[in-house]
Design a protein around this ligand. Structure first.
Ligand code: NAD
Length: 505
C-alpha cells in the first residue's frame, strides 16, 4: 500500500537496495497537474543520509553485478523493453498528467525511451575491447573495458520518462550500478517505471536505486565518495555547477545543459512544410524541449513567405489539457514557469519586439499553467529573448541579410545544443554545417534530436564534459579502459618487451 497524506494524496517512496522505502524526511513538495491544478502526489525531499544509504547499496551490489555475464546484463534490457512496451499508454498518461505535454507527444517520448533501451542492447558488441597481437615477438597487448562503478544520475522535468533512460540502460548493461534522482517536479513517471522494473525483477538488490529529492540529494551525489560518475541533464547553470563540483571531487561527469536553438529559413525553403516543422519544434511540448526551436532567423526575403504560412497556422493551434484529444499545445510545467515565461515575453516587448501572436492570457484559471503560442517579431540579437532560454512556447524572429550573417547570429549565442536550416540548397547546408558552432543540426528537420543510436552532442554552454549521452559515447563514459600486455615463457621465443634488441627476458 502506498503511503498517503492525511488527505489521501499518495506520498512517493524511495527505492533502495531492491525495496520501496519511505523517506524519513518531513519536507515534501506537491506534484501538481499543470492543466488542472490538481495535486497528484507528494514527493519527499530526502536527506543526504538517505542518498548515502542508496550509494552504499549500489556499491555493495556492484561487486556482484559487474561479474554477471554481459549477456545476462543485457538480456534484462529485453525484459524491461517488453514490459515498458506493454505499459506504454500508462507511462504516457503519467507524463501528461504531471508534466502537461499532449498525450500523443508523451507516447512518442515513451517510444524514444524504448529506443534507448534497444540501443543499449548492443552493449555486448559495443563494449568489446581491442587486441594487437605481436607488439613484440610473442607479446600481445589488449585493452579491455570494465564498468566504472556506481553512477549517480540527476534529471530535469521536461522528459519524465526518457531522460533517465538515456543513461540507465547503458550504465546497467556495462556492469555499473545506479542511483537516480528524478526531477522533484515530475517524480511520478519514474515511480511507475521503477515499479514496472521491480515487477520484472532479475536484478540483484542494490543495482538500481531511486532517491527523491532536490538540492540536498544532488549535493549528496556530488560529494559521496562511493559514487564514481555523474550523468546530469538540466539547465546550464545547474549543469556547470554539477560539472565543477563533481569534477572537484574526482568524479567523471557528463552534464547536459540548457539551449537556445535557432532555425534558419532561407528564401528557397519550401514554406508550408517549413512552417509545419517550426510549429512542431517551437510549440510542441509547449516549447519545453532542449531541442525546441526558439529563434527563427529569416534570411533575405524569406520572412514574408514564411509568415504567410506560419502565422495563420499558429493562430489555429488549440491550447488545452494535453490529455484531451485534439489539443495541440498543453500547459507549461507549473504556474511558476508560466509567470517566468510571461515575464520574458513582456521583457521582449519592452526591449522593442512586437508580439505578432500573443499567448499571454491563455487559460483563465490562475491555478493552471497555460501560455499560448507566441511569436515575437523585430527581435535583435542583443535582446534577452534572443539570447536566453525561455523554455516556453515562444518564438523570437530575427532578420538576417545573408547566410553568413545568420551564422554569426547563431554563433553569438552562448548555447550550442541544436539548430535547423530550412532550404533546398546543398551549398547553403554545407556552409552552415561547416561553420555553425552547434552540436546537433537538422536539415529541413525542426527537432534535430538524434535517434538513440547516435550521441547527443550539444556544444558550448549546452554541455559540460567530454563524453555525451547515447550510443558509443555512453559506452565510453560508463566504462574504464584497462590495458594488458602479455607474454608466455613456455610458448616459444619471446621478445624483450618494448624492443627486439638484446636478450629475451
Ligand atoms: P534544473 O536545472 O532546474 O533541474 C535539473 C535537476 O537539477 C533537477 O533534478 C533539480 O532537482 C536539480 N537542481 C536544480 N537546481 C539545483 C541546484 N541549485 N543545485 C543542485 N541541483 C539542482 O532544470 P529543469 O528546469 O528541471 O529542466 C529544464 C532544463 O533542462 C532546460 O534548461 C533544458 O534546456 C534542459 N535540458 C537539457 C537537455 C539536453 O540534452 N541538453 C535535455 C533536457 C532538458
Amino acid at each position: 500500500m502506498p503511503a498517503t497524506t492525511g488527505t489521501g494524496v499518495r506520498v512517493l517512496s524511495n527505492y533502495i537496495g531492491g525495496a520501496w522505502v519511505r523517506s524519513s524526511s518531513t519536507e515534501r513538495l506537491a506534484v501538481t497537474n499543470p492543466a488542472t491544478g490538481e495535486v497528484l502526489a507528494h514527493v519527499p525531499l530526502s536527506t543526504k543520509a538517505e542518498l548515502d544509504e542508496a550509494a552504499n547499496a549500489a556499491r555493495a551490489a556492484f561487486g556482484t553485478w559487474r561479474k554477471r555475464s554481459v549477456i545476462e546484463r543485457t538480456r534484462w534490457l529485453y525484459d524491461i523493453r517488453h514490459a515498458f512496451t506493454e505499459r506504454l499508454d500508462d507511462i504516457a498518461r503519467s507524463i501528461t498528467l504531471e508534466m502537461g505535454k499532449t498525450y500523443p507527444d508523451a507516447q512518442a517520448e515513451v517510444a524514444r525511451t524504448i529506443e534507448n533501451i534497444e540501443g543499449a542492447c548492443g552493449v555486448p558488441t559495443m563494449m568489446q575491447g581491442k587486441i594487437l597481437e605481436g607488439v613484440a615477438t610473442g607479446v600481445d597487448t589488449e585493452t579491455i573495458r570494465q564498468a566504472v562503478g556506481v553512477i549517480g544520475c540527476i534529471v530535469p522535468f521536461n522528459f519524465p520518462a526518457m531522460v533517465p533512460f538515456w543513461f540507465l540502460p547503458y550504465a546497467i548493461a556495462c556492469g555499473n550500478t545506479f542511483v537516480l534522482k528524478p526531477s522533484e517536479q515530475v517524480p511520478m513517471t519514474q515511480a511507475l517505471m521503477w515499479e514496472i522494473m521491480h515487477d520484472v525483477g532479475g536484478l540483484p538488490a542494490g543495482v538500481l536505486n531511486l532517491v527523491n529529492g532536490s538540492v540536498e540529494v544532488v549535493n549528496g551525489i556530488l560529494d559521496n565518495p562511493e559514487i564514481d560518475a555523474v550523468s546530469f541533464v538540466g539547465s546550464a547553470k545547474t549543469a556547470k555547477y554539477v560539472y565543477q563540483r563533481g569534477a572537484a571531487n574526482g568524479k567523471r561527469v557528463q552534464a547536459l545543459g540548457g539551449a537556445k536553438n535557432h532555425m534558419i529559413v532561407m528564401p528557397d525553403a519550401l514554406m508550408a512544410k517549413t512552417a509545419d516543422n517550426i510549429i512542431g519544434s517551437g510549440f510542441g511540448a509547449a516549447g519545453q524541449r532542449c531541442m525546441a526551436g526558439s529563434v527563427i532567423v529569416t534570411v533575405g526575403d524569406a520572412k514574408a513567405a514564411l509568415f504567410a504560412e506560419l502565422i495563420p497556422k499558429t493562430e489555429k493551434l488549440i491550447v488545452g489539457n494535453g490529455i484531451e484529444q485534439g489539443v495541440n499545445v498543453g500547459p507549461v510545467v507549473s504556474c511558476a514557469a508560466r509567470d517566468r515565461i510571461v515575464g520574458m515575453i513582456e521583457k521582449g516587448i519592452a526591449d522593442g519586439a512586437t508580439a505578432i501572436v500573443d499567448g499571454r492570457g491563455a487559460g483563465s484559471d490562475p491555478a493552471t499553467a497555460f501560455v499560448g503560442p507566441t511569436i515575437l517579431d523585430n527581435v535583435t540579437p542583443d535582446m534577452e529573448c534572443a539570447q536566453e532560454e525561455i523554455f516556453g512556447p515562444v518564438l523570437s524572429v530575427i532578420q538576417a541579410g545573408s547566410l553568413e550573417q545568420a551564422i554569426e547570429i547563431v554563433n553569438g549565442c552562448r548555447y550550442g545544443n541544436g539548430t535547423s536550416i530550412f532550404t533546398e540548397s546543398g551549398a547553403a547546408v554545407r556552409a552552415y554545417r561547416e561553420n555553425v558552432q552547434v552540436g546537433m543540426i537538422g536539415v529541413n528537420v525542426g527537432v534535430a534530436a538524434p535517434v538513440g543510436f547516435f550521441p547527443f552532442t550539444g556544444w558550448k554552454d549546452s554541455f559540460f564534459g567530454d563524453l555525451h549521452a547515447q550510443a558509443g559515447d555512453a559506452i565510453d563514459f560508463y566504462t574504464r579502459k584497462k590495458t594488458v600486455t602479455t607474454r608466455w615463457f613456455s610458448g616459444g621465443p619471446v621478445g624483450k618487451f618494448f624492443t627486439e634488441q638484446g636478450d629475451t627476458h
